[in-house]
Design a protein around this ligand. Structure first.
Ligand code: AMP
Length: 291
């Protein structure tokens, strides 16, 4: 029987679709029935996905219920579990922040008095943050709607996730300290990593995901340029590696240049190439990039 590698993915919420899409881009297409999104197998039959709550994934991976998983780094740190953080994934970016009501004076974290009430759904990380600074807080654990607690008179500060800051602002709260920078992360169980078969598959998954992420920020650029401009073109396209230069059939005065370039540079590069009399400029997405 084929060994099966088990991965835990968020069953709903903001990390769910990006995680499934990332796996699809990495070549693992899941057979998912939207109504009963509990489990899925890949076409190859050797990768099983279990869909669970984002907050449960660190524990499931640490306990070996799953060999690996995708969740938020904030959830991993809050669970306080020992798992390998294989690769950060560039989506689900947010900050866990300490915020105060707008009207409250702020003289820095060192000036916070013992006994202040801090409401959060991240009690572990929050307690640790204040303990490291020698401040004894009165922790108010909540499971949601943290922002309302100062207005209800049950907390002096809140610790919550912030991405745009608009929810905080709408609740007349002002973030003052970053406790943790978070984003989605691919984590793995340490014993699974040590297993010959599973370890190899998890490593492979790690670098395939990495190659998809690398590719996302880059484009493949092709252009025909006058041979006499080659030195100038080389200056423009240092790129990831030296550009590939190819002769063109029956056109001695021109050469084809191919290069991997950062997506953000494409606009400027196309303009610069045109000014060097480049022709037939073609820019395409890249599916995978293994350096
Ligand atoms: P959800 O399942 O939608 O509650 O997703 C929660 C996870 O999404 C968090 O643990 C974070 O890793 C991530 N996230 C990114 N931005 C935010 C945000 N503004 N608020 C809450 N969670 C966020």
């Amino acid at each position: 029987m084929t060994d099966v590698l088990k991965l835990a993915l968020p069953n709903k919420g903001r990390l769910s679709d990006p995680a499934v899409n990332l796996l699809a881009k990495a070549g693992f297409h899941l057979d998912i029935t939207p109504e009963r999104k509990l489990q899925a197998m890949t076409e190859s039959g050797d990768l099983k996905i279990i869909f669970v709550r984002t907050g449960d994934i660190p524990e499931f991976v640490a306990d070996g219920v799953a060999d690996g998983g995708i969740t938020g780094l904030d959830q991993v740190r809050e669970a306080g579990v020992d798992v390998e953080e294989v690769v950060t994934l560039g989506f689900g970016s947010c900050r866990l922040m300490l915020a105060k009501p707008e009207h409250r004076d702020w003289a820095g974290i060192k000036a916070v008095d013992d006994g202040v009430r801090v409401a959060t759904s991240f009690p572990h990380v929050t307690r640790q943050y204040f303990e490291e600074r020698g401040i004894e807080i009165d922790l108010v654990p909540v499971s949601g709607a943290t922002e309302i607690t100062p207005h209800l008179g049950v907390a002096d500060f809140v610790v919550d996730l912030v991405s745009t800051g608009s929810t905080m602002a709408a609740n007349r709260l002002e973030p003052v300290e970053t406790i943790l920078e978070s984003q989605a992360v691919f984590i793995a169980n340490r014993s699974s990593l040590a297993d010959e078969y599973k370890g190899e598959r998890l490593d492979e998954l790690g670098w395939v995901i990495d190659s998809v992420l690398e590719a996302e920020g880059n484009r493949y650029l092709m252009a025909n340029v006058p041979r006499e401009q080659l030195d100038n073109v080389r200056q423009l396209l240092p790129g990831l590696s030296a550009p590939t230069v190819l002769d063109l059939l029956d056109r001695d005065e021109m050469v084809a240049v191919h290069a991997v370039v950062p997506e953000d540079d494409v606009f400027g590069l196309v303009r610069a190439l045109k000014s060097l009399d480049a022709e037939g400029i073609l820019v395409t997405p890249i599916e995978r990039l293994v350096p």
